[in-house]
Write a protein that binds this ligand. Structure first.
Ligand SMILES: Cc1ncc(COP(=O)(O)O)c(C=O)c1O
Length: 377
């Protein structure tokens, strides 16, 4: 988004401000469909659960990965108006509850909707059989997450070697396993994670078949990297490799799903913050902003992502520290940003801040989350 427009919006709405551009959301969705045409796109709502964003992906024909009852209801709101049969078909065909661990109350709440849910262990099968017997199952595999910025394989996923036993166990508990899923870790810039995961999954599919289980779907998860900078490999190239491997190992009529979060929303949002304080400490210029890591910049902590700050004004730059507004020293956005000498009240902005940012913003220290405005809806 151009600087003039950002300045206009900041003047109109004040700061801290997050601007979500729905044209970019639609573009990212279309890019995903263009380069992976066989793949049904389940937007991972956790990346940014703003209902307006969910609405845009719904209007674009998207499907949804939800991982809590609240996220499920966020999507369900969009289909409440549909006749019962269509609504049920939507839930079955276009929503996956992709959290392998579910509380009993969650399962009880989900069961009437007969959803597709993921699992990765025996205890979960026992719970699902008892509290959500109408659910369909997808077994999540543990796959390499090497080099991905957010590693998930230490927390979730069955070992490929135990997979068919877990499918058999579900079957013996009167549950049907529809397919397999995996997640290569978030912001995965290592294409080998995908190729290894696909070949591990192919091995499980053929062992399952040999033991009498015909799996129908493969869910290749999230992890598709956002283009934070030019070191990130191109999506087009990654998709080309995935497409070829899918056609080789999982030809049609195998249904292929993916759960991209970051790839769809990261580049659609820009944060604008105001300089509320300025000091020189140890010879270094320090800026204090009205937004920080307890707020829109929460991804610095939770998502291991560094957002760069840009100024609207020009001038010679120097290495600066940039802090958030709270009293905690952890509230440090960056200790090394190249910025000019700016006046109190001037604005800074960060692009590519749509994923895992506002989603984990808090009201810590009495500072509320930034206002969100939507453009090009
Ligand atoms: C099960 C599952 N699916 C999808 C995602 C979205 O991943 P990403 O934002 O890397 O695409 C996550 C992220 O944690 C996840 O846990």
């Amino acid at each position: 988004m151009d600087q003039k427009k950002l300045l206009q919006l900041a003047r109109k709405h004040g700061t801290p401000l997050v601007v979500v551009d729905h044209k970019v959301l639609r573009h990212n969705y279309e890019q995903f469909k263009k380069y992976l045409p066989r793949v049904q796109v389940y937007y991972a709502v956790k990346a940014n659960s703003d209902p307006a964003i969910v609405q845009t992906f719904y209007d674009a024909g998207g499907s949804f990965d939800v991982a809590s009852v609240a996220e499920f209801l966020n999507v369900h709101e969009k289909i409440e108006h549909l006749p019962a049969k269509e609504r049920q078909d939507f839930i079955w065909d276009r929503i996956i509850y992709a959290n392998p661990i579910k509380a009993i109350e969650t399962l009880q709440g989900l069961d009437p909707y007969k959803p597709l849910v993921t699992y990765d262990n025996h205890e979960e099968v026992i719970k699902i059989a008892r509290y959500a017997p109408h659910a369909g199952l997808v077994l999540r595999l543990q796959v390499p997450n090497t080099g991905s910025i957010v590693e998930l394989s230490s927390k979730f996923g069955a070992q490929p070697g135990e997979a068919v036993d877990l499918i058999t166990f579900a079957h013996n508990n009167n549950l049907v396993v529809e397919g397999l899923s995996f997640h290569v870790g978030s912001q995965c810039t290592n294409p080998q994670n995908y190729s290894q995961a696909l070949s591990l999954a192919a091995g499980v599919f053929s062992e399952a078949k040999a033991r009498g289980f015909e799996l129908k779907l493969l869910d290749i998860g999230g992890g598709f990297p956002a283009h934070y900078d030019d070191t990130v490999p191109s999506f087009r190239r990654l998709a080309k490799m995935i497409r070829a491997e899918l056609d080789r190992l999982f030809p049609p009529p195998m249904e292929i799903l993916a759960e991209p979060g970051r790839f769809l929303v990261a580049s659609a949002a820009t944060a604008i913050a105001r300089i509320i304080g300025k000091a020189v400490r140890g010879g270094k210029l320090c800026y204090y902003l009205d937004d920080g890591v307890y707020h829109t910049y929460s991804g610095v902590i939770f998502d291991h992502t560094q957002y760069h700050l840009k100024s609207f004004g020009k001038g010679p730059t120097q290495i600066c520290s940039v802090f958030g507004p709270t009293c905690d020293a952890l509230d440090t956005i960056s200790l090394a940003e190249q910025l000019p000498d700016l006046e109190m009240g001037e604005l800074l902005y960060s692009e590519n801040i749509g994923a895992y940012s506002a989603a984990s913003s808090t009201s810590f220290n009495g500072f509320p989350p930034a206002k969100v405005v939507h453009v090009n809806q």
